[in-house]
Design a protein around this ligand. Structure first.
Ligand SMILES: Cc1ncc(COP(=O)(O)O)c(C=O)c1O
Length: 410
């Protein structure tokens, strides 16, 4: 049996232990939902205050030049790049993720004008499916969208497939897909890949160059901690950048936005994928969050993430044998940084647990989802969270009728 003392010993030798002090966390609360909305860092508070009180309040419109606001989407892109294995000039921070996927898909379809099938995963996040269908319906040529069981991808790949869009870590189950092997297969069929990194960036090591990924996009508000509605990023492999165009062009992606020309001429490189005015306050929040990421290596983050998820699974099975089905793969190479537990009363369990000070979330129809974020979670937090889960299950408090009422955000 693992004891709390064992967990304290793990914390004492944790290479990332000092990172916890970078965050503002609620005393006594165990936050296992950083895979949905990461907590705020102290650096974010400082940077946002600086934008509000100095750059905006004092600098006013001059700050577009003097504070480097115009370059923030590219500057932050270069700071995100190492987290996904990209190089300088390959990542842009702009829009939100669904918009990013729309832009990348529109661009990718132009590179395969003779092909008329786009494949995605029927277990994908619904927003990906909606936007893929919408972009394809307006592509200017007939395109069929196939939402498949991702395990049957081999059977579906043929000379008609233009693009395959997949989420690299499944948002429900936490299963991580083999990006390199899948990208290789897709390329062998002559198609292009778009990877959704929503549950991957800051959660698992990524190497878009090694996997020869064409396009990718991810959000900033989960493991990267940029704040609610924080901007997304998109990646376009360097050699593709001169071949593609932004399907949602705007003035700030123009080569000379302040010449006010009526004919669009794309700026060079990733800047062409900027559409409109960046949200400077949101970018400042993201910049502050990235300060924490500069101090850690993804190797350390990954090894602690696996240790935390292993510990959680082991403790749940020790403390509550047979109560939950662990849906997340046991194999390390197939696991993201979350653990999904299946139970028919998962919604009530998550609500009761939140009232007991352990924040997780629920994914319809029967998944209690817990994110493990190595920058601020301790091993004792995992121990205490499972203890509180045990109390919720033993007391039956999750059956209280007030926990049956579904909130808008689950
Ligand atoms: C896998 C995945 N894709 C896309 C999205 C949509 O992100 P956004 O609201 O930034 O468009 C989410 C949001 O949680 C997600 O988890």
């Amino acid at each position: 049996m693992i004891t709390r003392h064992d967990c304290e010993a793990l914390d004492a030798s944790d290479a990332l232990a000092q990172m916890r002090s970078e965050f503002s966390l609620n005393e006594g609360e165990i936050y296992l939902d950083g895979n949905s909305l990461g907590p705020v860092t102290k650096s974010t508070v400082t940077r946002v205050n600086d934008v509000l009180n100095s750059q905006w309040a004092v600098g006013l419109v001059r700050s577009w030049n003097s504070a480097g606001w115009m370059d923030m989407p590219l500057r932050l892109g270069d700071r995100v790049a190492p987290l996904i294995g990209a190089g300088p000039g390959e990542v842009l921070v702009a829009d939100t993720l669904t918009f990013g996927i729309a832009k990348l898909l529109g661009a990718a379809l132009e590179l395969r004008p003779d092909r008329n099938v786009v494949i995605t995963d029927r277990a994908n996040f619904h927003s990906d499916i909606y936007i893929i269908e919408a972009v394809c319906a307006r592509a200017g040529r007939p395109i069929t969208v196939k939402c498949i069981d991702r395990n049957t991808l081999d059977d579906e790949l043929d000379e008609n497939v233009a693009v395959v869009e997949l989420t690299q870590v499944d948002f429900r189950t936490g299963e991580q897909l083999d990006m390199k092997a899948i990208t290789e297969k897709v390329h062998a069929a002559g198609a292009l890949t778009i990877w959704d990194f929503a549950h991957s960036t800051g959660a698992v090591p990524l190497d878009v160059h090694d996997a020869n990924v064409d396009f990718a996009a991810g959000c900033s508000y989960k493991y990267l901690n940029a704040g609610p509605g924080g901007p997304a990023f998109i990646y376009i492999r360097k050699d593709l950048q001169e071949l593609v165009s932004n399907p949602i062009p705007g003035w700030l992606g123009h080569a000379r936005p302040f010449d006010f020309e009526l004919t669009y001429e794309a700026a060079a490189g990733m800047r062409a994928f900027v559409t409109s005015s960046p949200s400077i306050i949101a970018l400042a929040a993201f910049e502050g969050a990235l300060d924490a990421w500069d101090k850690v290596s993804m190797t350390d983050v990954r090894s602690k993430s696996l240790a935390l998820t292993d510990l959680f699974i082991t403790l749940v099975e020790e403390r509550l044998p047979g109560v939950f089905e662990v849906v997340t793969p046991r194999e390390h190479d197939k696991r993201g940084s979350q653990v999904a537990l299946r139970h028919t009363e998962a919604y009530g369990i998550v609500q009761a647990l939140i009232d007991a000070g352990v924040i997780g979330d629920f994914r319809d129809p029967d998944i209690a989802r817990f994110g493990f974020t190595p920058l601020y979670l301790r091993f004792v937090d995992v121990y205490d969270a499972v203890e509180r889960l045990g109390s919720v299950m033993e007391s039956g408090s999750f059956r209280d009728p007030r926990y049956a009422v579904r909130n808008a955000v689950t």
